[in-house]
Design a binder for this molecule. Structure first.
Ligand SMILES: O=C(O)C(=O)[C@H](O)CO
Ligand SMILES: [Mg+2]
Length: 278
């Protein structure tokens, strides 16, 4: 089982290259981020090269955040900006070798928004495909993002069906799915062929995955049993210092089959052990 540190939340008090180094020291297998665009590509590449960690995902820009934007691609009349954000994301992802781009829908509703989203996703998929990039769409929960266009996995699957692009997949964020739909195990089993990436956090407080209403030891085991072997994305809001919230990572390593166990303790020292053990 492999884990990716989402640097939008973990170590987000540090510049992105430093956060990549912190994730390596803590024992993560990969990193992902939200919006890396203010960091020069060369600085990110240097940290990735130094640590050996791949950046497995990034998001399109949200638009004018001050004016309330949270993505653009489902917003009628904003296609030019939406496609510029998609182009920018593809260029950045290509430069650093990132395989997944989450195209953010934004606050919108109705048939016109749906058609707009499908058209912009088709554009994204067509332009991302030559670079081997998968486009992800992510349902967000109605409490954190009221009014967001995409809220359920059923809705996401229907859009994937409409767009009919092989490189369009679902971002299955267990935190959002639990808040909107529940039935996590069955949904993972059913939706696996359409899932491009997993994310997770405790519910309902979006903390480390070691408390709350989801038993993540079980969820991780479900993905492992189904043969999913890409890194699972830790996208939670640490309660304080990120390094002090990583007990779950060490426990996950400890519960792996014997041949894969990476003996660890905690925090940075634990990470060093995970890195060196085989
Ligand atoms: O909010 C989430 O869960 C995400 O993954 C988005 O990428 C950030 O808005
Ligand atoms: Mg997420």
């Amino acid at each position: 089982m492999k884990f990716s540190a989402n640097l939008g939340f973990l170590w987000n008090d540090r510049p992105l290259p430093e956060a990549i180094r912190a994730a390596k020291a803590a024992g993560f297998d990969a990193v992902e981020c939200h919006w890396p665009y203010e960091t020069p590509v060369d600085e990110v590449k240097a940290a990735m090269r130094e640590t050996g960690l791949p950046m497995v995902g990034l998001n399109t820009r949200r638009g004018d955040v001050g004016a309330g934007d949270n993505g653009l691609s489902a917003k009628p009349g904003r296609d030019v900006e939406a496609r510029a954000a998609i182009d920018e994301a593809i260029a950045y992802a290509t430069a650093i070798g990132t395989p997944n781009i989450h195209v953010m829908a934004g606050f919108a509703s109705g048939a016109e928004a749906r058609a707009t989203f499908a058209e912009n996703l088709a554009y994204a998929c067509t332009n991302a495909a030559p670079n081997g990039i998968t486009i992800l769409i992510e349902p967000l929960n109605k409490y954190d993002a009221p009014g967001y266009f995409l809220t359920t996995t059923d809705q996401a699957l229907a859009i994937i069906e409409t767009v009919q692009a092989p490189n369009l997949k679902l971002m299955f964020d267990c935190y959002h799915v639990q808040l909107m739909e529940g039935d996590i195990t069955r949904r993972i089993e059913t939706l696996l062929p359409w899932i491009g990436h997993f994310q997770f956090a405790s519910v309902p407080d979006r903390g480390a995955p070691d408390h709350g209403e989801i038993n993540y030891a079980h969820v991780f085991e479900v993905t492992r049993r189904l043969g999913y072997d890409a890194p699972l994305g830790a996208e939670y809001k640490p309660s304080g210092n990120t390094d002090d919230t990583l007990g779950w990572l060490n426990n996950a390593a400890a519960s792996l089959p014997r041949a894969s166990v990476r003996p660890v303790r905690s925090g940075v020292e634990a990470g060093r052990q995970r890195r060196t053990a085989t």
